[in-house]
Design a binder for this molecule. Structure first.
Ligand code: GLU
Length: 282
């Protein structure tokens, strides 16, 4: 099988050795199978993305020897695509506006003992799910900020009793359990999409058939599988890889300056050194 893979960073900081690993792994699946490799910029959070980080992504990936197809898809250029998905979801009763503040959600959760938890923390208690049309109209008119949440019960009812599966390379077929995410946020007033919605839409649109990404996104795949079903999209295969740690065994984060590719370059590392450090080359 020829793999079409992608590396999909958010330009919110400099790439570090962990990104180099993820990108190199995706690249090698594509190369070794005679397939294709794409770079996609997941820049929907415009408050955190910066043009200099985008430039740095191109520079750093080229420096470690990767090549990708152009033009690069930049998610912020395609907000209308995601809006049209949301419109369809709205027509099917799959999403509803939620006007709760974080503090209100926390207070509501604290009131109910044994509130259910999902992979990202306590689940939204559903306060705004049953607002009347009038109440919604009034809140919209007040200009209050809101989130658009997936109505998980409606989504699961559409699914019925059909089980959903995804294939994890080297592991096998896994049954998806999206219910554990509850009424997850799919968009916000000021950011009219979300990571979950855009990543699922774009992977299918771009024909990605193998999603290579860190183990930290494994849980999200359960939700992504449901979104694929709801949008009528094909399901790629997945490879969730272990996370690269620094020399002290700590997981790398964008804030660890010393692990950035640019810092390594300044310190005199060669691309070969980086490939060895991340265990890609002996
Ligand atoms: N944009 C995401 C990130 O930078 C990765 C998305 C993915 O690979 O699915 O963490």
């Amino acid at each position: 099988m020829k793999y079409l893979t992608r590396f999909a960073p958010s330009p919110t900081g400099y790439l570090h050795a962990g990104h180099a690993y993820s990108a190199s792994l995706a690249y090698s699946y594509a190369r070794e199978s005679g397939g294709r490799f794409l770079l996609r910029l997941e820049d929907i959070d415009q408050t955190r993305c910066r043009p200099e980080f985008e430039e740095a992504i191109y520079e750093d990936l080229s420096w470690i020897g990767l090549e990708w197809e152009t033009p690069v898809r930049r998610q912020s250029d395609h907000l209308e695509d995601y809006a049209s998905v949301l419109e369809k979801f709205h027509d099917r009763g799959l999403i509803y506006p939620c006007f709760c503040t974080r503090a209100e959600i926390t207070a509501e959760i604290n009131r109910s003992a044994g509130a259910p938890h999902g992979p990202d923390g306590p689940l939204y208690p559903g306060t705004c799910r049953h607002l009347s049309d009038d109440e919604r109209a009034e809140k919209y008119e007040s200009g209050a900020p809101y989130a658009l949440r997936l109505d998980m019960a409606v989504a699961l009812a559409e699914l019925g009793s059909t089980p959903l599966y995804f294939e994890e390379l080297d592991k096998g077929v896994i049954e998806a359990d999206p219910a554990r995410f509850g009424d997850v946020v799919l968009a916000r007033k000021e950011t009219p999409t979300s990571y979950h919605l855009s990543v699922v839409y774009d992977d299918a649109l771009q024909g990605v058939n193998l999603v290579v990404r860190g183990q930290d996104l494994f849980e999200a795949t359960h939700l992504h599988r449901l979104l694929q079903f709801l949008m009528g999209l094909p399901t790629p295969k997945y490879k969730h890889h272990g996370l690269v740690s620094d020399l002290k065994g700590r997981r790398l984060a964008k804030r660890d300056k010393s692990a950035t590719l640019r810092h390594m370059r300044e310190e005199g590392y060669t691309p070969d050194d980086v490939q060895k450090l991340i265990g890609f080359k002996k």
